[in-house]
Design a protein around this ligand. Structure first.
Ligand code: HAM
Length: 430
């Protein structure tokens, strides 16, 4: 009986894991440069953490189960709600702002396709207790910095403010769950479905026209003036627009101006309150959104203090897809640099002894465990990109030596066993 991998999951083999590790290391380095520290939360949480305020879209996708004690639990579909829960319990007294980052897998019961998985990874951050618009500008600049550092090209950062659309809907008396439903359809980008819903709920024609115009407004900062003239009779929407304007000013100070103002961003999660942003990469097809985030108020909703919070998460798998699609070569470190090869089987114990000495002195080393012929060992070492093969031969050992073969030049050198560690360390610059 062949047991299949669950639908929407993947196995990652050696090269792919090394590439993922390399990208993860770069992301960590950049996030830490901005003062973020890593945290970890459980992979499963109480179901209600995600059903309270994450939105209908997410609820349908939750992997939900009961444990043996009858508790309703869920595999996390994202990490903002868990971080908000943790913040309330553990960090409310910590000096603000609290800057946290995380890397972990998330689970959503989606229809799997390229770039859309049932288990996927998010690399993200939450900045709690900062002040807008500075915090938002810093977070967006960090996202851009990270992608630049990874060498990703052709990405667009779209920035909007949910307060504009939501206040237009409030003005038209579209509130609560219905408002979230409208926002959810705008997020999906399904204009037909949106028109049908607006017709069903009998939205007045002026509000409908305004909404339909706003959601397609995209451009540089100059569109702010056009939006202003469209919404000027709605005070709250105008306040949201001026928040957006201030954010763009702060972004300029952070040296980032390569954004698209996009009033159609609605986000699929219901907890956002103001600034929102999404990053798209050309050429990734339907799953081109590699990141999303914004400002939210989950902490107060979960019973904590009223504190400004903002954050975002990279869809790590989509970042990997984008780098691969752009054929960006990802630097991977070959871990093993030395291979110890006994020339005859009766020298294998001596080879084990030498290999272990090298390892204990910090030299990544492999040793022949299966009695391969020397020719096979050399071609294996070559294919694995190993730098040096230590040949353990009877005559050399009698004289207290080994032979070191440089796999790049092909040259061989006899080295005193006493000096092997220092010699290899200096050759490998360890
Ligand atoms: P999200 O937009 O739902 O936001 O997810 C963040 C990113 O995860 C998406 O932009 C996408 O790249 C990736 N993603 C989502 N679903 C899948 C999937 N099924 N397969 C592969 N990748 C996927 C959040 O989750 C928020 N918690 C982000 C945030 C942090 N907001 C504030 N702080």
């Amino acid at each position: 009986m062949e047991i299949q991998r669950p639908r929407g999951t993947r196995d990652f083999l050696f090269k792919e894991m090394k590439e993922r590790k390399s990208v993860e290391t770069t992301m960590r380095r950049i996030f830490e440069t901005y003062g973020y520290s890593e945290i970890k939360t459980p992979i499963f949480e109480e179901l209600s953490l995600f059903t309270t305020k994450s939105g209908e879209g997410i609820k349908d996708q939750i992997y939900h189960f009961q444990d043996k004690g009858g508790r309703d639990l869920a595999l996390r579909p994202e990490l903002t709600a868990p971080v908000a829960r943790m913040y309330i319990k553990e960090l409310q007294k910590t000096p603000k702002p609290v800057k946290m980052y995380y890397f972990g897998s998330c689970f959503r019961y989606e229809r799997p396709q390229k770039g859309r998985w049932r288990q996927f990874w998010q690399f993200g951050c939450e900045l709690i207790g900062g002040k807008s618009p500075g915090s938002e500008a810093e977070v967006i600049s960090m996202a851009a910095h990270c992608l630049e550092e990874l060498g990703l090209k052709n990405f667009d950062i779209h920035i909007g403010n949910l307060g504009i659309l939501r206040n237009i809907l409030i003005d038209a008396n579209i509130l609560g769950k219905l408002q979230d439903q409208v926002m959810g359809i705008i997020d999906k980008g399904d204009i037909e479905e949106l028109e049908k819903l607006l017709q069903d709920i009998d939205l007045d024609s002026d509000s409908k026209e305004l909404l339909m115009k706003l959601i397609v407004m995209k451009g540089d900062s100059s569109i702010i003036k056009d939006v202003e003239s469209l919404i000027n009779c709605n005070e709250h929407a105008c306040n949201a627009l001026s928040e957006l304007e201030k954010l763009l000013e702060s972004l300029k100070a952070f040296g980032f101006s390569n954004y698209v103002v996009n009033l159609g961003i609605a986000r699929g999660l219901d907890y956002y309150t103001g600034t929102v942003f999404e990053i798209y990469v050309h050429g990734l097809g339907a799953q081109k959104q590699i990141s999303g985030g914004g400002t939210y108020n989950l902490i107060e909703l979960f019973g904590g203090e009223n504190v400004e919070s903002t954050g975002f998460a990279f869809g790590f798998d989509r970042v990997m897809d984008a780098l691969n699609k752009q054929e960006k070569s990802i630097e991977i470190e070959r871990s093993v640099k030395v291979f110890v090869a006994p020339i005859k089987n009766d020298l294998k114990l001596k080879a084990f002894d030498i290999a272990q000495k090298l390892r204990k002195n910090g030299i990544p080393t492999d040793v022949d465990l299966v009695g391969k012929k020397l020719k096979k060992i050399l071609s294996f070492a070559d294919s694995m990109g190993i730098n040096y093969v230590v040949l353990v031969g009877a005559r050399d050992i009698e004289e207290g030596n080994v032979t070191v073969k440089d796999m790049t030049s092909g040259e061989q050198e006899i080295i005193d066993l006493e000096d092997i560690i220092d010699t290899l360390k200096s050759k490998l610059m360890i």
